[in-house]
Write a protein that binds this ligand. Structure first.
Ligand code: TAP
Length: 494
C-alpha cells in the first residue's frame, strides 16, 4: 500500500481537512517503529467544527426512514468486504495485529456489525402501553442527537463499527475520536462511508490527543452522549467531564477475565481455548482470559501442555502470513506490560514462561513481548488484580467450586469470564454466580453483533451490540392521546 493513498486528515462535514492548528502526529508501525504517516491532530476548534457539522446534519438524518439509513449501512458493509485486503493491511500496519487475524476476524466482524445494524434500522420499534381506558399511549424511541465516541487502540477498526453502527441506525450523528496511535482504519471507513452515500456531517472523525480532543468532546455542551471504550481511569475522567451538560455516558472499560478450568473439562479444548483467550491480539483485549484458574487436580497436566503451546506460538512480523502473535501496539505499552514482570517478582511470583522481549534480532526494533505465564502467590497480588493488557496470564489453583468462584469474583472488574466443564449443572450454576457481564462456557471471547457486550463494576456500564445498543442510542418519548376518555372536570365550575 502506498502511503500516498492513506487517509491522514480529519474527516469533518464529508471532507478530509487539516487541523485548524496545522498540527500532526506520526503514527508508527509497531513492528519496527517506523513512521507510517503524519496524521492531523484535532484541537478544540476542530471538535467545535465537527460538532457543528453533526448538529446541522441531524434533522435530516434522524427523519430519514430507518430503511433508508439501513441501506447506507448495508452498502458500507459490502464496501468493507470489497476492501478487505486494504483494510486488513492497514489495521495490521497500524496496530500489529497478525494479518491472518485482521483478515479473518477484524474486517469480517466490522462488516458484520454494520450489516446487522443496517438490518436493524427499520426493525427497532417503539411500543404501545396499555394505560387507562379512553387513552392511547405510545412510546417512540428517539435518537439522542450528536453523540461523541472515543475509541481505543486495541481493535480500532472493529470498535469503530461497534460504536458507529447502532448510533447511526438509530438516527444519531457522530463525532468520533480514534486513539491517536491507531487512526488509520477509521479514516478509511470515513472514505467508504462517503462512497456508500452517507450524507455530509452525519459522521465526523477527529484523531487527536485523548487529553485534549477526547476530553473536550466529553465536556462539549453540544454533545448529547459520550460513549467510551478504554481504561477505567480515563472512564472516570469522562464521567466527570460529562457533568457540565449532564450528557448520557456509556462506558466499556477494563477487565481481568477469569477463565476457570474444572477437573471434568475436555482438557485439549480447554488448553487451546485458554491460549486463544489470552494470547489473541497479544492479550490486548478487555475480555482477555488473563486469570487462568485451574482445579488443582488437573493443574500440573494442564500447565505442562499450556506452557508448551504458549512457547510454540509464532511471534513475528504481523505482515507474515505465518505469524500468530505480533507486536504490542506501542513501545510505551510494551514497557508498561514488561514492568509487570518485576511487579510479579517483587511479590514473590514465579515466571513460568516468557517475561521478556523475544531474542530474534529481526524483531529487535519492534514492540514485541513473549507469551508470558506467571504464577502469583495469591489472587490478591497486583498482577492478579490489575489489567496488564498484554500477553501476560496469571495462573492460580483451587480446591473446590466455592474457591474457584471466590478467586474469579475477587477483583473490582466484571467484564468477561469463562469456564470449562462437562458437568451441565456446574456450568450453569457457576455462570450464574460469576460477577461478569459476559460468560462463556466451554469457549472464550465469542462476540456477535446480536449479543449484548459490556460489564459490571469497574468494567463500566451500558451495553454494546444487539437491541441493547439501540436502546443505549435512543430515548423514550411517551405520547398520550385522548381517544374517547371522559374526564370529569377537576374544578367543578366554568
Ligand atoms: P485510555 O487512556 O483509556 O485510552 C483510550 C482512549 O481514550 C484513547 O482514544 C485515548 O486517546 C482516549 N483518552 C485518553 N484520555 C482521555 C480523556 N481525558 N478524555 C477523553 N478521552 C481520552 O487507555 P491507554 O492509556 O491507551 O491504555 C492504558 C490502559 O487502558 C491499558 O493498558 C489497558 O489496561 C486499558 N485499555 C483498555 C481498553 C479496553 S478495550 N477496555 C482499551 C485500551 C486500553 P489517546 O490514545 O489519544 O490518548
Amino acid at each position: 500500500m502506498s502511503n500516498s493513498t492513506l487517509r491522514h486528515q480529519l474527516f469533518i462535514d464529508g471532507k478530509f481537512v487539516n487541523a485548524e492548528s496545522g498540527e500532526t502526529l506520526a503514527t508508527l508501525n509497531p513492528h519496527d517503529n517506523s513512521v507510517i504517516a503524519d496524521v492531523a491532530l484535532a484541537g478544540k476548534a476542530d471538535i467545535d467544527k465537527a460538532v457543528a457539522a453533526a448538529k446541522r446534519a441531524f434533522p435530516a438524518w434522524s427523519r430519514l426512514s430507518g430503511a433508508d439509513r439501513g441501506r447506507i449501512l448495508l452498502k458500507l458493509a459490502d464496501l468493507i468486504e470489497a476492501n478487505t485486503e486494504e483494510l486488513a493491511r492497514l489495521e495490521t500496519m497500524d496496530t500489529g495485529h497478525p494479518l491472518r487475524d485482521s483478515r479473518s476476524l477484524d474486517v469480517p466482524r466490522t462488516a458484520a456489525c454494520f450489516r446487522y445494524f443496517g438490518g436493524m434500522a427499520d426493525k427497532f420499534e417503539g411500543n404501545v402501553v396499555p394505560v387507562e381506558a379512553g387513552f392511547l399511549n405510545y412510546v417512540l424511541r428517539d435518537p439522542l442527537g450528536v453523540v461523541g465516541q472515543v475509541v481505543p487502540w486495541n481493535f480500532p477498526l472493529m470498535f469503530t463499527s461497534w460504536k458507529m453502527a447502532p448510533a447511526l441506525a438509530a438516527g444519531n450523528c457522530i463525532v468520533m475520536k480514534p486513539a491517536e496511535i491507531t487512526p488509520l482504519s477509521s479514516l478509511k471507513i470515513a472514505e467508504l462511508m462517503s462512497e456508500a452515500g452517507m450524507p455530509d456531517g452525519v459522521v465526523n472523525i477527529v484523531p487527536g490527543l485523548g487529553s485534549v480532543a477526547g476530553q473536550y468532546l466529553a465536556e462539549h455542551p453540544g454533545v448529547a452522549k459520550i460513549a467510551f471504550t478504554g481504561s477505567t481511569a480515563t472512564g472516570r475522567r469522562i464521567v466527570q467531564a460529562s457533568a457540565g451538560n449532564l450528557k448520557k455516558v456509556q462506558l466499556e472499560l477494563g477487565g481481568k477475565g477469569a477463565n476457570i478450568v474444572f477437573d471434568d473439562a475436555n482438557l485439549t479444548a480447554a488448553i487451546n481455548g485458554s491460549a486463544w483467550a489470552m494470547f489473541h491480539n497479544q492479550g490486548q483485549a478487555c475480555i482477555a482470559g488473563s486469570r487462568l484458574i485451574l482445579s488443582e487436580r488437573i493443574a500440573d497436566e494442564f500447565l505442562e501442555k499450556y506452557i508448551a503451546l504458549a512457547k510454540s506460538i509464532r511471534v513475528g512480523n504481523p505482515m507474515d502470513e505465518a505469524t500468530e502473535m505480533g507486536p504490542l501496539t506501542s513501545a510505551l505499552h510494551r514497557d508498561r506490560v514488561l514492568s509487570y514482570v518485576d511487579v510479579a517478582k517483587e511479590q514473590g511470583g514465579e515466571i513460568l514462561a516468557g517475561g521478556k522481549a523475544p531474542s530474534n534480532a529481526a524483531l529487535r526494533d519492534g514492540c514485541y513481548v513473549e507469551p508470558t505465564i506467571v504464577r502469583p502467590r495469591s489472587y490478591k497480588d497486583r498482577v492478579a488484580q490489575e489489567e496488564v493488557f498484554g500477553p501476560f496470564v496469571t495462573v492460580l489453583t483451587f480446591k473446590d467450586d466455592a474457591e474457584a468462584l471466590q478467586i474469579a469474583n475477587g477483583t473490582e472488574y466484571g467484564l468477561g469470564s469463562g469456564l470449562w466443564t462437562n458437568n451441565l449443572q456446574r456450568a450453569h450454576k457457576v455462570a450464574r454466580d460469576l460477577y461478569a457481564g459476559m460468560v462463556w462456557i466451554n469457549s472464550y471471547k465469542r462476540v456477535s453483533p446480536g449479543s449484548p457486550f459490556g460489564g459490571v463494576g469497574q468494567s463500566g456500564y451500558g451495553r454494546e451490540m444487539g437491541f441493547d445498543a439501540m436502546r443505549e442510542y435512543t430515548q423514550a418519548r411517551s405520547v398520550w392521546v385522548n381517544v374517547d376518555a371522559q374526564i370529569p372536570p377537576w374544578y367543578a365550575r366554568g
